[in-house]
Ligand binder design. Sequence first.
Ligand code: AMP
Ligand code: GLY
Length: 430
Amino acid sequence: MRVLIVGNGGREHALAWKLLQSPQVQQIICVPGNGGTAALERCRNLPLNVDDFEGIARFAFVNNVGLIVVGPEVPLAMGITDYLQAKELNVFGPTREGAQIESSKAWAKALMEDAEIPTAKAAVFADEAAAKAYVRSEGVPIVIKADGLAAGKGVTVAETVESADSAIAACFQGQFGSAGSQVVIEECLSGQEVSILAVTDGLTIRPLLPAQDHKRIGEGDTGENTGGMGAYAPAPVVTPQLMEQIQNHVLEPAIAALRSRNIDYRGVLYAGLMVTPAGEPKVIEFNCRFGDPETQAILPLLDTPLEKLLLACATQTLESFPAIEWKAGASACVVVAAEGYPGNYPKKLEITGIDQAETDEVVVFHAGTQLRNQKLITDGGRVLGVTAIGETFDQAIERAYAAVQSIHFESMYYRRDIGHRVRTVGSSSN
Ligand code: AMP
Ligand code: GLY
């Protein structure tokens, strides 16, 4: 089978790497891919834009592509799946309507309310004065969210009324484009965040291993929010009982509510949850795609052939698919970024040492890289996801950090405390 992957991040490199472990996968095409996917055997990059639906469909037809896997949320929200499914191609990724679960926080909130999914109390405003009055009636801390896709930047956890007011003003002044024309104001939850990535064919839904990521740029989980600076799996805070609760009270009701809206959702439903101090799961947000970097941490532990699992979702045969199998042990991914990220950062810096970093237990997933004239250069804020497996978290994390030591580019930055919640020995001295 030929598989086409849409996207160019670390998540897409991890998907390609895992798919290629199946002998049944003859070739992978990444649109547009990155320096890591360019170097994989049996994989090639195709330089099309992710919104060139017609070009992607034409290529898939002519080359007999058996499965298309869509990585990022933007083409999903634009309707790539609708377009490709109309051409009778097998697509893993929801339709435009299904992608609203991520592309409109107000829509997702309404779905959660209908389905009685536990989540933070919230109200939606299209008027600035009413939004500010609500903050005064509820008090702080409180969470202000631009309604639409804002590349992870549309959320402010406001500790003071003044910061809530300025976040509301920023939304209505168009700082997040049309994403800010509605504002969701939400109760501030406390506890541990976990990421549950579940695969679904619209009828059956099955969770992958629970993961946790580190969203903040700085050590001790401080500073600005980022796309994610590291991740690990399986997150021990998600006990089997909690996973059952998540299945029954979050995942199943979400799929049922999507179905009742006539949405045939085939892809990943990613539940970003807060596990409250009382041990209850509450949904912070849903995403309509694989998490990045959670996917990099989860896939190295997967034993089930990935192409079979994704195809079962795309062709709506997940119910009869065997139980998903996992390796024992733990996995950790340390993101190596360019200094300055998530703000401005330099690009086109030469990267060395990846070959020395990789072992049987370590794989370096590329995020923002490019192969140019046989040289690997940086091409984004998050550059690499150095991922290791081990019998324990301590071992996986030590291996990942040891591998990071072999890698070099000017101004590389990484957090030294990835996995601090799950380590039993002191944080890495690297
Ligand atoms: P989101 O884009 O909805 O994932 O929000 C980004 C981040 O803001 C989350 O990962 C949380 O760390 C934080 N956040 C969002 N909503 C809440 C909430 N209701 N209570 C506390 N923190 C939140
Ligand atoms: N790591 C968070 C996300 O993928 O949205």
